[in-house]
Design a protein around this ligand. Sequence first.
Ligand code: ADE
Ligand code: ZN
Length: 334
Amino acid sequence: MDDFIRALPKIELHLHIEGSLEPELMFALARRNQVEIPFSSAAEVRTAYEFDNLQSFLDIYYQGANVLIEEQDFYDLCWAYLLRCQQDRVLHTEIFFDAQTHTDRGIAFDTVVAGLHRALEQGRKELGISSELILCFLRHLDEESALATLQQALPHRDKIIAVGLDSAEVGNPPQKFARVFAAARRAGFLTVAHAGEEGPASYIHDAIELLGVSRIDHGVRCVEDPELVQRLIATRLPLTVCPLSNIKLRVFANMRQHNVVELLRQGLCVTLNSDDPAYFGGYMNANFLALAAAQAMSREEIAQFSVNAIEASFSSPERKQQLAASVAEYLNQS
Ligand code: ADE
Ligand code: ZN
């Protein structure tokens, strides 16, 4: 089964590019840009990656992002991630970036987008990996900052397909960004939001109602509201679930207790994703393998995560057809 998983065509819909910064690259960029980091080796960085909850992770994650300064740094970061996609047979990926983490340090929005976009274009040409960019607003910051960031994104509407909402969830409910998301939708962006990771099921409901989202990121706490679960089944509104992240941030005590397989069997459009792979112990294959090691699934069930992700993706109908054909062909052959 492990070989079946490794070669299965995959689609990633929940990946923070800053969360793919491996300690080795963090050190190389710190040296290149002469940025101080409070670690003496990559191994020491890894031992610091023990988290009690979302906030304890975010503190370290934002600190790590300080080494990203030049357009080339964002390119290098994104290219390294795409090479990992190739290894894990990820054929399509939709990437979050946290613009405010960089613009608040004086890095131009355009620098960030230029570096990421250059890598994604190269990935499309040289690796055959299709992709989309999603601008995430940091929900611990205020509405004004999000609105200013949206303004900066407008000239890049051709390179950014959607806006999202991430960072500290509890205490920063969807309604805080209702006006920002309305403005984003008017400007032609699709919308997604992290909800129901640490926050309550009502945040999932509110993200759907008040932010008009096409997908929910995480969403695993939907089970606390049976009516909401029925609605997610009926509408097929997708959840981008991140198994290893949920264990690392203690959303579930262990992988046997994770609810994503149960949600799949109930008919929700759930997908598997890596979230912040450099921090949580692995990329797409590692997430699939860890889940399959803890909970028995058939090949068809495992492949259904890819089928769901194609349905949930923001790629063109033509690309979706190609991706679906890759998965179907793989299932027929193996
Ligand atoms: N930023 C990066 N990863 C995140 C997560 N899992 N939840 C909220 N914000 C994030
Ligand atoms: Zn996330």
